[in-house]
Design a protein around this ligand. Structure first.
Ligand code: NAI
Ligand code: MG
Length: 355
């Protein structure tokens, strides 16, 4: 029996509700394989923990988490804790300190799901490779003369050669391994004079090592192309902020945030990688049992692929798609009346056929 130690941080809001469904699916995956076991290490970190302990996770949190082979994450954030605290003290330290420098975000129109862009059907399938440790999401900056008419606020963007080269290297190799023909670089070098011209320069350096069609699109135009011709994209390499925005937009084009998974990947394997939906804790629907669990379940599939259990990953995606092929089965975000648990159970039933 091969054992994996799995860190589970369900977090806040809808996090625990969707995680429960994802772990049910993982149990069926174990049965299908017969020779693997995921030992769950659950951590109750998040906003409730913060209200009791004045910190989002214990001081040795990262050391404990590091023992795991992979991490499943739900979502963080609650109205009772400022978002810059909950995000900066839990999710971002994990991504940054575990060098999960690739944020891999597949945008794929699942069978059975209609795009809100009615004329598009079934051909949207691309991956956003987002830099995940620096760029626009840096803690560097500060305030001068706070709360006076002379107040000055500086928020620095950080683009290192090391960090930029490794995300391009990953993105181009990913495209090549997946036998894609093209790579799109999200940029804004016409207006962001220093960091984005540097970004393009590094892109060009890696471009010359690969036989791929490479396009550099300014972020504003690229956002528009996501609406007018999303079928044309295969792999998109982006900075931290641009990738964050593009992936919510991409998710909306293929049916909504409730469907979009992500991997925070540490390619060297030195630290565990972490898998989570791209959405947040959705406080507006938390506790109602109606959150869509598919992004979380698909995140399990991404984790399985990362652990070189690609066949099982495909079975989970097949089970999601066969559930969705019945168009009356939907949570409210997709216009239906089913609960989180209904969808989880139906996916489990579809997956059990492979046991
Ligand atoms: P959000 O993604 O939580 O919600 C945006 C909208 O999408 C809401 O209307 C919500 O109901 C809906 N939605 C999201 N996931 C859904 C699901 N699975 N099923 C059905 N509907 C779903 O983003 P928002 O409102 O900007 O942020 C809420 C909290 O989440 C904040 O505290 C924020 O900081 C945090 N957040 C955490 C992230 C993380 O844990 N990685 C990522 C983004 C936001
Ligand atoms: Mg986001």
């Amino acid at each position: 029996m091969k054992k994996y130690s799995l860190g589970v941080i369900s977090g806040d809001g809808i996090g625990p509700e969707i995680m429960e469904q994802a772990l049910k699916v993982l149990n069926v995956v174990e049965k299908i394989h017969g020779g693997i076991h995921f030992k769950e290490n659950r951590y109750d970190w998040g906003c409730e923990y913060y209200l009791k302990n004045h910190k989002m996770m214990p001081d040795d949190g990262l050391d404990r988490l590091r023992e795991n082979d992979a991490i499943l994450f739900g979502a963080v954030g609650a109205p009772s804790v400022p978002d810059d605290i909950s995000v900066w003290e839990l999710i971002l330290p994990i991504r940054q300190q575990f060098e999960q420098y690739v944020n891999l975000r597949p945008i794929k129109q699942l069978q059975g799901i209609e795009s809100p862009l009615k004329k598009l059907n079934g051909n949207i399938d691309f991956t956003i490779i987002r830099e995940n440790t620096e760029g626009e999401y840096s803690k560097i900056g500060g305030k001068l003369h706070a709360n006076t008419p002379n107040e000055v606020v500086i928020q620095n963007n950080v683009f290192t050669r090391f960090g930029t080269e490794r995300i391009f290297d990953y993105g181009f190799n990913y495209a090549q391994q997946k036998q894609k023909k093209s790579v799109t670089v999200a940029t804004k070098s016409n207006a962001i004079k220093h960091s984005m011209t540097f970004w393009d320069e590094i892109g060009k350096k890696f471009e010359s090592k690969h036989n791929l069609q490479v396009d550099y699109y300014h972020i504003d135009a690229l956002a528009a192309y996501f609406i007018t011709r999303p079928e044309d994209f295969e792999v998109i390499i982006s900075s931290n902020l641009f990738g964050d925005i593009l992936s919510d937009l991409g998710a909306a084009v293929v049916g909504g945030l409730g469907l979009a998974p992500s991997g925070n990947i540490n390619p060297s394997g030195k630290y565990p990688s972490m898998f989570e939906p791209i959405h947040g804790s959705a406080p507006d629907i938390a506790g109602k049992g109606i959150a869509n669990p598919i992004a979380q379940i698909w995140s399990v599939a991404l984790m399985l692929e990362h652990l070189e259990l690609g066949n099982l990953s495909e079975l989970v995606i097949n089970a999601i798609e066969s559930t969705l092929s019945n168009k009356t089965i939907r949570t409210p975000d997709l216009g239906g009346v089913n609960t989180t648990e209904d969808i989880g159970n139906l996916i489990v039933n579809n997956l059990e056929k492979y046991v």
